[in-house]
Design a protein around this ligand. Structure first.
Ligand SMILES: Nc1ncnc2c1ncn2[C@@H]1O[C@H](COP(=O)(O)OP(=O)(O)O)[C@@H](O)[C@H]1O
Ligand code: SF4
Ligand SMILES: [Mg+2]
Length: 401
């Protein structure tokens, strides 16, 4: 594959639905060392241990999983805050995982990150104008010095903040406003991909809705592709076209939102979904709760075979000996049913956890369930988050919290 250079890095835009990021066999091991003067490696934390997925132009791929399963490490690898131990990251078909210097800077411009905690990710001693405009110091070609103030004010306006706030400091803003500042900084270099690592987890529920709605509006406005990481399954479902479920450094199931939420075939996904609160009392009553026993094993010493086997109620001998691969289980392969999606389980089977939407009890998955590795067609016009009328919850307007 040809080396990515400064010239080739700014590749032509990809068509809607084409792969923009392809992750293959991504691994990140953090060495565990012992000794003070002479450090000896005694093992490794296998934070990410063989992750594959594709992000398509214009889609949102959600990543869910319990704390410590490697979500943030995946995010950092994608924006080059960490270097992979092994594996490749293709951006528009070019491997960017081992670039350096100018070629790396040029590619990184196109893949930006929005961080979880708007309270700690903004430098308290910098004005909002300096924070949002900081990326222009590294990429002056995007906004020459004379135009920066105007560009930053435009960005403030785009994220629903008053452009006159440009000289204020982070402590003068609320949590939701700070996350808007974080998003404006993420947009400053006009990226094509935004990696959002738990962008609303630190915010109040009503403010979460506003930030989610803002992110959806910006995605349409700027043709962005999102990797959206969260542990809240309801939020991930709302914003995502497809969802990948992570456990101990691996993706265990991936598919369209309907495939994952209404037709999960992996026991871990089923357990996660069974813990999601359901507002409708009737639906709540008929639902099976799966209680997982035991703690998540240490990523320094994951179980043999299937990593989930120490907590899985279906585990058998084979699970300890053979590692299940992330492929479509043969039982479902080619069926065209919503269960026809990759699931890393030797004994994958469907289990209805979340009652399907629709008054007549029909599953919404019988139609339009999309394909596991392609984004389903986006419905015309987005619905706001949370779905349904939300008095007092403006979308992404300037009246903010
Ligand atoms: N820099 C690091 N050094 C050593 N271990 C790390 C480092 N960063 C993350 N880890 C470990 O890797 C695992 C995955 O962490 P992380 O990616 O932050 O998970 P998540 O975002 O899903 O909570 C955890 O066990 C964490 O302690
Ligand atoms: S492979 Fe075995 S242990 Fe792993 S999820 Fe499937 S049934 Fe459970
Ligand atoms: Mg994290």
């Amino acid at each position: 594959m040809p080396e990515l250079t400064e010239e080739t890095a700014d590749l032509a835009p990809v068509a809607a639905g084409e792969p923009i990021l392809e992750i293959r066999g991504l691994v990140k091991h953090f060495p565990l060392t012992q000794g003070i003067l002479i450090k000896r490696q005694i093992g490794a934390v296998k934070a990410v241990d063989g992750v594959d997925f594709t992000l398509h132009q214009g889609e949102t791929l959600g990543i869910v999983g319990e704390s410590g399963c490697g979500k943030s490490t995946v995010a950092k690898l994608l924006v080059n805050l960490e270097r992979p131990t092994a594996g490749e990251i293709f951006y528009k078909g070019e491997d960017i995982s081992r670039l350096s210097g100018r070629a790396l800077r040029s590619v990184r411009r196109n893949i930006q990150m929005v961080f979880q905690d708007p309270y700690t990710s903004l430098n308290p001693r910098m004005t909002v104008g300096d924070i949002i405009g900081e990326p222009y110091e590294i990429h002056p070609e995007v906004a020459p010095k004379g135009s920066r103030r105007r560009r930053v004010q435009e960005l403030l306006d785009v994220v629903g903040l008053n452009p006159e706030y440009i000289n204020r400091y982070p402590h003068q803003f609320s949590g939701g406003q700070r996350q808007r500042i974080g998003i404006a900084r993420g947009l400053a270099l006009r990226p094509e991909v935004i990696v959002a690592d738990e962008p609303v987890s630190a915010l109040d529920v009503s403010v979460q809705a506003q930030v989610i709605n803002l992110m959806e509006r910006l995605q349409d406005e700027f043709s962005l592709s999102y990797l959206f990481i969260a542990h809240d399954l309801s939020i991930v479902r709302h914003i995502s076209d497809r969802v990948g479920v992570m456990y101990l450094g691996r993706i265990v199931e991936i598919g369209s939102d309907i495939q994952i939420y209404e037709h999960p075939t992996h026991p871990y996904t089923q357990a996660l979904l069974s813990a999601v609160p359901v507002p409708d009392p009737d639906a709540r009553e008929g639902r099976e709760r799966i209680i997982l026993t035991g703690d998540v094993p240490s990523p320094a010493n994951p179980p043999s075979g299937c990593r989930f086997r120490t907590r899985c109620w279906k585990a058998q001998e084979k699970c300890a000996q053979e590692e299940p691969l992330l492929t479509v289980p043969s039982l479902f392969r080619g069926s065209g049913e919503p269960t026809d999606h990759p699931s890393a389980c030797h004994f994958a089977e469907e289990k209805l956890i979340v009652p399907a939407e629709g008054a007549d009890g029909r599953t919404t998955g019988d139609h339009e369930h999309g394909h596991a590795d392609r984004p389903p067609p986006r419905e015309p016009g987005r619905t706001n988050y949370p779905p349904g009328p939300q008095p007092g919850l403006p979308g992404a307007g300037p009246d903010i919290t």
